[in-house]
Design a protein around this ligand. Structure first.
Ligand code: G3H
Ligand code: 13P
Ligand code: ZN
Length: 316
């Protein structure tokens, strides 16, 4: 069942975070649904602009609708990840997405507000909810001076003003994470002090953490042992998810870790079975491994085991 993120956030706020997983193909979608049902978790499917144009956006939509039929117990939102204004309108008009992200975070503050406001108006007119972003993700390098580094993080006062002026439903905040496999070069970690200040100014308002893959060392080691060359990768400690959820983070975005599962499975498979060429053989292994990965992640997020309660909450 497709629901809005708004409803999921209402149930999760302050207690746990919902996993927002990027998908690109059939095997990921099947593994995603299986993993979330195995762990009895509500979830968010995220579709990036890149995912929409990988083949034709209609394929992903068709696959997700089919998964909704095949796994009728699943409760999930369909969300556009990092949309520009035109892509947001395309998704709003499609009638398929229950949530869109407008990412105008690279624009100056006033322009970000103006763009976000336009998207919020168009989305709300159709019952669709909107996530926006304020601050700059991209890693806070160790060599950057504290003042410069903090300038990239979300300013708590601006966050309050941004939410009030745009009417947005949730806000992605920059608290030290970045996208991809190379998030930290040394001892940096998340800026919970900034998160706490944002929550103080926006009590009860759902916050979003992008760039939250953990890049498990064991996964990287297995990929490299099977011929990969991913050196120095480092991610977010998953034990930080629960403390973040207590401070108002209700959505945690994970893409890179899923890509690592795919890479490990396929590298190891073809190393072990060099004579095989039926694409379904590694595909089956991947779907199982991806499901396990999702279920394990949901334990860290605290979303595991919440499905029945969410179902009852939606009925009430
Ligand atoms: O935040 C970006 C996501 O990881 C999606 O990546 O644009 O390569 O699909 P993508
Ligand atoms: P990762 O690269 O850490 O998986 O982040 C994904 C993300 O933020 C998608 O919007
Ligand atoms: Zn992101």
């Amino acid at each position: 069942m497709i629901v809005t993120t708004k409803k999921l956030f209402e149930h999760a706020y302050g207690k746990y975070a919902i996993g927002a997983y990027n998908i690109n193909n059939l095997e990921q979608i099947v593994g995603l649904f299986r993993g979330n049902l195995d762990s009895q978790a509500p979830f968010i499917i995220q579709i990036s602009k890149g995912a929409r144009s990988y083949t034709d956006k209609a394929f992903l939509e068709g696959l997700i609708r089919a998964a909704d039929d095949v796994f009728p117990e699943a409760i999930f939102a369909v969300h556009l990840d990092h949309g520009d204004e035109a892509t947001c309108y395309d998704c709003i008009d499609s009638g398929f997405y229950s949530s869109v992200m407008i990412d105008a975070s690279s624009e100056p503050f006033e322009e970000n507000i103006a763009i976000t406001k336009r998207v919020v108006e168009a989305a709300h007119a159709k019952g669709i909810v909107v996530e926006a972003e304020l601050g700059m993700l991209g890693g806070v390098e160790e060599h950057v001076k504290v003042d410069e580094a903090n300038a990239k993080l979300t300013d708590p006062d601006q966050a309050k003003e941004f939410v009030e002026r745009t009417g947005v439903d949730s806000l992605a905040v920059a608290i030290g994470t970045s996208h991809g496999a190379f998030k930290f070069t040394g001892s940096q970690s998340l800026h919970f002090d900034v998160l706490a200040e944002i929550q103080k100014r926006l009590p009860g308002f759902p916050l979003v953490m992008h760039g939250s893959s953990s890049v498990p060392q064991e996964e990287v080691d297995r990929i490299n042992a099977a011929g990969g060359q991913i050196a120095g990768a480092k991610g977010v400690d998953a034990t930080q998810f629960r403390p973040a959820a207590k401070l108002g983070v209700t959505k945690i975005n994970i893409d890179t870790d899923g890509r690592l599962v795919w890479t490990r499975v396929h590298r190891e498979f073809f190393n072990e079975f060099p004579a095989k060429f039926d694409l379904r053989d590694p595909g089956k292994v991947f779907m199982g491994e991806y499901a396990k990965f999702i279920a394990a992640k949901n334990e860290y997020l605290g979303s595991a085991g919440q499905l029945q309660q969410v179902r009852e909450f939606l009925k009430a």
